[in-house]
Design a protein around this ligand. Structure first.
Ligand code: TYD
Length: 216
């Protein structure tokens, strides 16, 4: 938790893992049932100028070289952190953020094959703040892909490099969870969204000891 009483929680996982639904459930639970000031935000693009950058990154018509893609994600994070995340944390808010640095490591390194050392050297320059807790929503690639097919069109990154890409990203997340056991909590993201939501809340309660002021 921050000195001002809030906390920075990131939600991570492969495309189709249910992140957006869980981020909204969590924000709502913190705000309504725990009486805490909470916001939900996302990457890429969760800041005032971010829609343009998000379109640039995700539009399948844009061919973007791996290094350029990496630097655009970092630029997006820098603006998002400065204009949304840090101000909210300074005001004592709880910030629930869909995707953050673990996405860059899982997608650009494990997925695209940019060396971890290379990405980490960029990250060392950027000095982005660490989340207080990261929830990794773990799900089989085949299940996540079935959900995405139901949803319709895939974006540029979701349709990357054929079927193997998402398996590499999923493997990357599991590796990251092993390397950062103190920060990353793995939550089983299979099954219905409400049950996954209960698991997410349990992880948050275990970490921060938040208590419900109203029965959920
Ligand atoms: P997301 O917003 O989760 O997609 P959607 O809500 O449309 O399902 O993420 C967009 C894509 O950006 C996703 O495929 C992961 C990718 N991404 C990276 O490759 N690196 C990053 O650092 C971030 C933040 C996202």
């Amino acid at each position: 938790m921050t000195q001002n009483g809030g906390a920075f929680i990131t939600l991570e996982g492969i495309d189709g893992c249910g992140k957006s639904t869980q981020a909204e459930y969590l924000r709502e639970w913190l705000a309504v049932f725990c009486g805490l000031p909470a916001i939900r935000t996302f990457e890429p693009g969760g800041w005032s100028g971010g829609a343009l950058l998000r379109r640039l990154l995700l539009d399948e018509k844009n061919a973007i070289a791996p290094d350029t893609e990496l630097l655009l994600f970092l630029a997006d994070r820098s603006a998002h952190l400065d204009s949304v995340i840090s101000p909210a944390l300074s005001e004592g808010k709880w910030v629930v953020c869909e995707r953050y640095t673990d996405s860059t490591l899982a997608y650009q390194s494990f997925g695209r094959g940019i060396g971890l050392d290379r990405i980490e050297s960029f990250l060392n320059v950027c000095k982005f703040r660490e989340p207080d807790l990261t929830i990794f929503l773990d799900i089989e690639v085949s299940l996540a892909e079935a959900r995405l097919r139901e949803r319709g069109k895939l974006d540029r990154i979701e349709s990357s490099e054929g079927g193997g890409f998402m398996s590499k990203v999923a493997h990357g997340y599991r590796e990251l969870a092993k390397r950062h056991v103190e920060r990353i909590v793995t939550v089983d993201a299979r099954g219905d969204a409400l049950s996954v939501g209960v698991r997410v809340r349990e992880a948050v309660t275990r970490r921060f000891g938040v208590a419900e002021t109203r029965q959920s």
